[in-house]
Write a protein that binds this ligand. Structure first.
Ligand code: PCA
Length: 222
């Protein structure tokens, strides 16, 4: 049985919860099949990463070493984004607008000295968007994961995955606030934890069945 590693983040920026961990924790030690007809099960391991530069990547690498996953998906909160935001690209820069949970605020620093400028997600991002929309869940491809801890972890993940032949696919997804959080941010979009759970299940199933991504226009014009 192969393993899927799913991570969320600790709350940050004065929030008391992080929707990413609230939804990811629901998958603890579950198994998932690629399709109802499939007999191959995959076990899901979950973890909460610290919202800290450096430590978060170390934690993720340790989890990968421990669980030897075939698929790794990291989830993070993007407060204010309205939909499931499937990240396309991780860039090699930290530029923190606010300090992390231990007060670190790197500005214009490379995540990996001499690393490539960027990595693309190896998830079938377009197929995921299509699968989510088909089930009535708003989703889009995002062209930037920002320059804070989520992009940091995404870049660290893709850089490490490159050295781990056992990892077939890896990527990052940002999710909106939960309704409870949005009440403190008037006008901000939100998604219920039940919808988020359904979305993540669909996302995992799509990663398991979709060998190649599909051709779907999901770009943006500035
Ligand atoms: N979101 C932040 C870091 C942790 C999280 O859930 C980000 O988008 O960088």
């Amino acid at each position: 049985m192969s393993t899927i590693l799913l991570t969320g983040f600790a709350p940050f920026n004065r929030e008391t919860i992080n929707p990413s961990w609230e939804v990811v924790r629901r998958f603890a030690d579950q198994t998932i099949q690629a399709a109802h007809t499939s007999h191959t099960s995959h076990k899901i391991k979950v973890a909460e990463l610290a919202c800290e530069f450096g430590t978060s990547i170390t934690q993720l690498q340790q989890l990968i070493d421990l669980h030897q996953p075939e698929l790794v998906i990291c989830i993070g909160q993007a407060g204010g984004r309205p939909d499931m935001s499937i990240e396309r690209i991780a860039i090699n820069v930290d530029d923190a607008r606010i300090p992390d949970n231990v007060g670190a605020q790197p500005i214009d620093l490379a995540i990996v000295e001499d690393g490539p400028a960027a990595y693309f997600s190896s998830l079938p991002i377009k197929a995921i968007v299509q699968a989510l929309r088909a089930q009535g869940i708003p989703a889009s491809v995002s062209q930037t994961a920002g320059t804070y801890v989520c992009n940091h972890v995404f870049y660290g993940l893709m850089h490490y995955a490159n050295t781990q032949p056992g990892i077939k696919r890896a990527g990052f997804v940002h999710i909106p606030y939960l309704p409870d959080q949005a009440c403190h941010h008037p006008g901000a979009a939100s998604m219920s934890v039940e919808t988020l759970e359904k979305a993540i299940k669909l996302l995992l199933e799509t990663c398991l069945i979709q060998n190649q991504d599909i051709r779907l226009s999901a770009g943006t014009i500035c």
